[in-house]
Design a protein around this ligand. Sequence first.
Ligand code: ATP
Ligand code: MG
Length: 332
Amino acid sequence: MRFLSGIQPSGTITLGNYIGAIKNFVKLQDNPDFTDFLVFVADMHAITVPQDKQALRKNIRSLVAIYLACGLNPEKVHIFIQSEVPAHAQLGWILQCTGYIGELERMTQYKDKAAKHQTDGVTVGLLTYPSLMAADILLYDTDCVPVGQDQKQHLELTRTLAERFNNKFGETFVVPEPYIAGAGAKIMSLTDPTKKMSKSDENPKAFISILDDINIIKKKIKSAVTDSDTKVKFDKENKPGISNLLTILSCCTNTSISDLEEKYKDATYAEFKEDVANAVAAEIEPIQKKYNELINSDFLDKVLDEGRDYATYLSNKKINKVMNKVGLGRKR
Ligand code: ATP
Ligand code: MG
C-alpha cells in the first residue's frame, strides 16, 4: 500500500500540523501495511497566496528539517519538494480540465482564503488548488492519504476527479482512501477556538509554531482564550477553548480525554494550563534540538535528491500513461 502526504511551506509548522499530520506520519512509517511512503513539501501550493521569495526558500528547507527532526526516517520515507518534480504541474493542468468551476467554488478552504485575500487579489491558483492536490495524490497511485479534517473535502474532490477520468478514458487512477486521525484531527486557534489553528494566521498568538521559543510557547498556552466557567471538561460546543487544550494535552501525553477530565476535576484553569504548557514544551524541545543539528547539514540535500529522483521516476511513468489516454502530444 502506498502512503503520501504533504504540507505547505507557507509559514512555520504549527502544533496543529504536528499533531494532525506529522506525528501520525511518524507513527505510520512503521506500519508494515505501507510498503511505500512519500512525504513532500507542497511549495507550489504555497504560492496560491502571496509569498516572500526569501521566506519561502527558508520555509521549504525548514520544513524538511522539521520532518526529520520530528522523526521521519529517510530510510523508510522518500521526502521531496513538489516543484522539483514537474509531473505535478503537468497532471495538475489536466485535472483542471477535468474539474468544473462550480465544484471548485464550493470548497470551504477556497471561500475562507478568498475572503482573506480580497484586498491583495484572489489568484486563479487559489481556486484550482484542489486540482493540483488531486494530481499530487493520483500521480503515485496513492492508496491512503492521511489528512486533517480541513482537507477532507479536497480529498473527496480528488476521488471524484479520479473516477470521472477513469470513466472517460479507462482505468488510470487508483481512487484514494482518506485516513483521518481521530483525536487531534483539528487543533483550534488559541485566540479563537472556533477557528482552526493555521500557520498562515495573521495573529501569531493564534498558533504555536514548532520553532517558537519555549517560553513564548508556554506564554501562548497560558493566555489561550477559554470560557468564564471554571470546570475542566470536554464540551466542544460550550467550552471550545478548554476542549482544544484537553485535546492538545491528550495528544502530547498519550492520555485519554476522560482520564484528563478526572485528573483535573478540581483544578483551576491556571493549574490546568500550566500542565498543558509544560507538556507541549516537553514534546517540542527535543524536536528543536534535532532541528538545529539538521538545518544546515548536507544530509538534508542528500535526502531531498533521493526523494526527487524516486518521485520523478514514479510520476513520469504515470504522466506518460495519462497523456496517451488523453491524446496529448505524440504516442510514447
Ligand atoms: P495554511 O494556513 O497555509 O493553509 P495550514 O496550517 O492549514 O497552513 P497546510 O499546509 O494547509 O497547513 O496543511 C498541512 C497538513 O496539516 C494537512 O494534512 C492538514 O490537514 C493538517 N492541518 C492543518 N491545520 C491543522 C489543524 N489545525 N489541526 C490538525 N491538522 C491540521
Ligand atoms: Mg491549510
